[in-house]
Design a protein around this ligand. Structure first.
Ligand SMILES: Nc1nc2c(ncn2[C@@H]2O[C@H](COP(=O)(O)OP(=O)(O)OP(=O)(O)O)[C@@H](O)[C@H]2O)c(=O)[nH]1
Length: 113
């Protein structure tokens, strides 16, 4: 079967638990919003195909659990990602301060010294 896209882009959503990563993804792929918070267990993903300058780009977005206990699992997905979306809750300064930690995790795993 012929490929239905020209380029595959793998992105990873990172951020504290409850900041809205899953909601952002549901809005982007399905234009839906769910008010309940069911924590992501490990990782999950959704896809959307966009046409950019005549090129079919399949965006595969991996949604990771923000909870500390899943870090070992989620870090295994960092190396295969081509980009990261760091998410914080605008009503939580703590989640914003943690962005530094998420960014340093990405550096540590994806660009080891
Ligand atoms: N008011 C408001 N609530 C939001 C918004 N985005 C998400 N929420 C709520 O925040 C809660 C957590 O959202 P999730 O998307 O599940 O959070 P998450 O970052 O995926 O959480 P983990 O899976 O535990 O890492 C849910 O109850 C959402 O309804 C927003 O833009 N505004």
């Amino acid at each position: 079967m012929a490929k239905q896209y020209d380029v595959l882009l793998r992105l990873l959503l990172l951020g504290d638990s409850g900041v809205g990563k899953t909601c952002l993804l549901c809005r982007f792929t399905d234009n839906e919003f769910h008010s309940s918070h069911i924590s992501t267990l490990g990782v999950d993903f959704k896809m959307k195909t966009l046409k950019i300058d005549g090129i079919e780009v399949r965006v595969q977005i991996w949604d990771t659990a923000g909870q500390e206990r899943y870090q070992t699992i989620t870090k295994q997905y960092y190396r295969r990602a081509q980009g990261f979306i760091l998410v914080y809750d605008i009503t939580s300064s703590r989640s914003f301060q943690h962005i530094v930690k998420w960014a340093s995790d990405v550096d540590e795993v994806s660009f080891p010294q």
